[in-house]
Design a protein around this ligand. Structure first.
Ligand code: HAM
Length: 419
């Protein structure tokens, strides 16, 4: 048997994990500032939850879900995204009855059977947030401003563009669908096989087709944003006004269609030109009909998700090299007595909250210093028999390349100060 992971799945290795933690912590702190609480939900749901939420004619539901039969015959699916599960939990736990506004965030692995490439995986991580209850435009704006704040906080907005649009609602979308059918029907023979079928089932999905010929025709199609009803136009204008008032930069992109069917009104994508064809780093929008669709009371909602792997790629560009030194002190020692002292000092330092490493055996000083260097420690303590007898330790400042002898107490004090 070949020992390898499944195609499209990946490990996050220890040398990269600091970056992940940094972003996750930043997200948590920004979300909590906005009153969001974490929801942890299962990675498996009944298939129907996703089929009904995302739409049976979307690419995800038609081609990309990891679906299998449970032992009792029920159909289960590994979550391809988080929103459907959040809404299921919201309904099942009657969260709507507790408060008119519910703010939830989540992080975790999602699963889509797509063709893997740079920035695109079959098992990937998202951080997402959903704001359930309000319908008013400031809620859309608050959520979008929150994503932007997160991306600013991790220092990558220089690579990003925030694109905004509206997909209308139950009032104006049916009319727009008719317009699309009227537009595409004379072009039917030139559409791909999938789109010919979509013309009868879900003409909006033609706008999201990746086939070149279909894209060329779709570029001339009527646009939803030009055919919004009065309420939807006003809603979009107010979202924009609110974003402007807090200085969040965006552009209107009437071409946003989104790959999921649950959206109404506001949709947005945060894109980059740095990652080739996988240009969306974050995306989301309003989904006012979904809670009702899954059996809950009518509850408007808006949310988004960011793709962690794509954020990480941009973060690596912005902050190349090792990220986040973990070890502060490395203790090198020579001789059995010094090793014992090193063991005690390491324990003392860790007790003071200072991340410390030492050698467990009797390696040569040269190899210990090499490890100290690699560990990223800012300080290296060196103790030999002579130092031990005199109650001192050599303290090497690794970045300044200076060395100083100190008594144990002073060395511990110095290491306990933050760098
Ligand atoms: P989505 O656009 O399907 O939306 O995914 C959101 C983000 O997840 C994308 O912008 C991308 O960064 C990342 N992503 C998606 N697929 C992959 C993949 N195969 N590999 C790596 N990253 C990927 C949603 O999932 C919605 N649930 C967002 C939302 C929440 N809308 C309302 N609430």
């Amino acid at each position: 048997m070949e020992t390898r992971s499944i195609r499209g799945f990946h490990d996050v290795l220890p040398e990269e994990i600091k970056r992940w933690h940094h972003i996750e912590e930043e997200a948590k702190s920004v979300f909590e500032l906005h009153g969001f609480s974490e929801l942890r939900m299962p990675v498996l749901e009944f298939t129907e939850i996703f089929a009904r939420s995302l739409g049976t004619t979307t690419d995800i539901v038609e081609k990309e879900m990891y679906t299998f039969q449970d032992r009792d015959g029920s159909s289960l699916t590994l979550r391809p995204e988080g929103t459907a599960g959040v809404v299921r939990a919201y309904i099942e736990n009657s969260m709507w009855a507790r408060s008119p506004v519910t703010k939830l965030y989540y992080t975790g692995m999602m699963f889509r059977h797509e063709r893997p490439q740079k920035g695109r995986f079959r098992g990937f991580y998202q951080i997402g947030a959903e704001l359930l209850g309000p319908e008013e435009p400031p809620s859309d704006a608050e959520l979008i401003a929150m994503v932007w704040k997160l991306l600013e906080g991790i220092g990558i907005t220089k690579y990003l563009k925030l694109e905004l649009s509206s997909l209308g609602d139950d009032n104006c979308r049916p009319r727009y669908k008719e317009m699309l059918i009227a537009f595409f029907t004379p072009e039917k023979e030139r559409l791909c096989e999938d789109c010919r079928r979509r013309l009868g089932t879900n003409p909006l999905r033609i706008l999201d087709c990746k086939v070149k010929g279909c894209r060329e025709i779709a570029a001339r199609a009527p646009r939803m944003i030009d055919n919004l009803c009065g309420d939807c136009s006003r809603h979009l204008a107010e979202v924009r006004e609110n974003l402007d008032s807090v200085g969040v930069p965006y552009v209107i992109n009437p071409g946003i269609v989104r790959g999921l069917d649950y959206y109404t009104r506001t949709v947005f994508e945060i894109t980059t030109e740095e990652l080739g064809s996988q240009n969306a780093v974050a995306a989301g929008g309003r989904y006012d009909g979904l809670v009702e669709e899954l059996g809950g009371p009518r509850t408007p909602a808006v949310g988004f998700a960011v793709g962690m792997e794509r954020l990480i790629l941009l973060h690596q560009m912005a902050f190349p090299g090792g990220f986040g030194r973990e070890i502060r002190v490395f203790i090198a020692h020579m001789g059995e007595e010094a090793r014992k002292k090193a063991f005690q000092l390491a324990s003392e330092l860790r007790g003071r909250g200072v991340a410390t490493e030492t050698d467990y055996g009797q390696k040569s000083l040269k190899s210990q210093l090499k490890r100290a260097d690699k560990s990223g420690a800012g300080l290296t303590f060196i103790i030999g028999e002579d130092e031990l007898n005199r109650g001192v330790v050599k303290v090497r400042n690794m970045s300044a390349s200076t060395e100083e002898e100190m008594d144990f107490g002073s060395a511990l004090e110095l290491a306990s100060q933050s760098d």
